[in-house]
Write a protein of this length. Sequence first.
Lengths: 355, 76
Amino acid sequence: MNFTFHRKRITGMLVVLPENERSFSEEMKNFNFPEARSLKLKEVMGFDKRRVVEPGVCVSDLAVFGLQHLFEAGLLKREDIDALLLITQTPDHFVPPTSNIIQGRLGLKQDMLCLDISQACAGFVLGLMQAFMLLEQESIKKVVLINADVLSRKASPKDRNIYPLIGDAASIAIVERDPQDSTIHASLKMDGARAGALTIPAGGLRQPSSMETAILEDVGDNNLRAKDHLFMDGAAIFNFVQTEVPPMIEGLLAHAGVAKDGVDYFLCHQPNRFMLQKLAEKMKVPYEKMPNNVVEHFGNNSGVSIPTVIAYNLATRLLQENVRVCLAGFGAGLTWSAMLLNLGSLSFNAIIEYK
Amino acid sequence: MKSVAEILKEIRPEFDFTASSDFIADGMLDSFDMVTLVSALDKNFGISIPGTDIVPENFQNLQTIDALLRKCGAQP
């Protein structure tokens, strides 16, 4: 499904990373694998450092910390926020929406819209699309789009397929109308028939958490995982990305009438270095135009990975310049999404640490 | 240039890959080993195995890996 938006833009971006850093080299001993095999994996996949929250830290804590930073720095005014969108798979509670909790903790005005959306690695693009649609309303002038997840709290420490790659983070993007006559193209697809490839089986109402769902089970490949933990069929997800994402991006560029060479950067979700290198090879895009360095420094932080790759690689450049970028997110749902837009002249674009 | 069997032995030294016709079913290669193997094959043979070809069927045994390499332009 293709979308077109007019006169909308991102005006500022902030990424909040927990200061707590974990090292793959130190964690290798937790897995039932020979060290040599884990080291080979580290080299190929890019597993190294990652940022995770301390026990008890929730999505609203990261979001409130980031917004308070913007208020105190004079980069955002409380009263200017007309809509607060939160994209997360790890809400503080089932009820109420975590976006309302953030609103309440920050003392934001009542005359505004708060909305939680359950999405993960494709969630930044999907969130931008929702923000653009809200900005069609006369009463909404500034949307705060928050992507945040603390999935490390749902990963088994004995599961080498998941644990060493998960990172926690939050991002805040300010989305407003563009006084210039700009056009943004986007594409989105979903396939719920493959929802089981990336899931947390227990903890919802279909299978409530219990003593039984907390028991670690040998799930093969020397990994131990409970039904309360995040499960990913790595081979299925890898094949999904390699098969579905390139044609979506090529279709989006064709729809927009933009050649591949006309895109400065392809800024993708950051699952691991190997998957992104293979994606770049398949699309015949140079590695330097598709950065893949988020996992090695911060881990795969779900819907925050696109803001992180932007802030880490283009921090100061986007304060002064404009570049044409193609964003691509893909993950749980299954959901895959892409967006072609001009990004730049931001009032802020930074990474801060949650303490 | 190393042979495919030598590369496999480096990844999983505990197995005899010449004695199996199905590395996946026999538990000799998991999905992460496949990734490590593809990376090593790419470097060794100077090729780029497409991501869409990284499926278990192509890594079942020495013959299927040989066929994949030839499809990608290598001379194993």
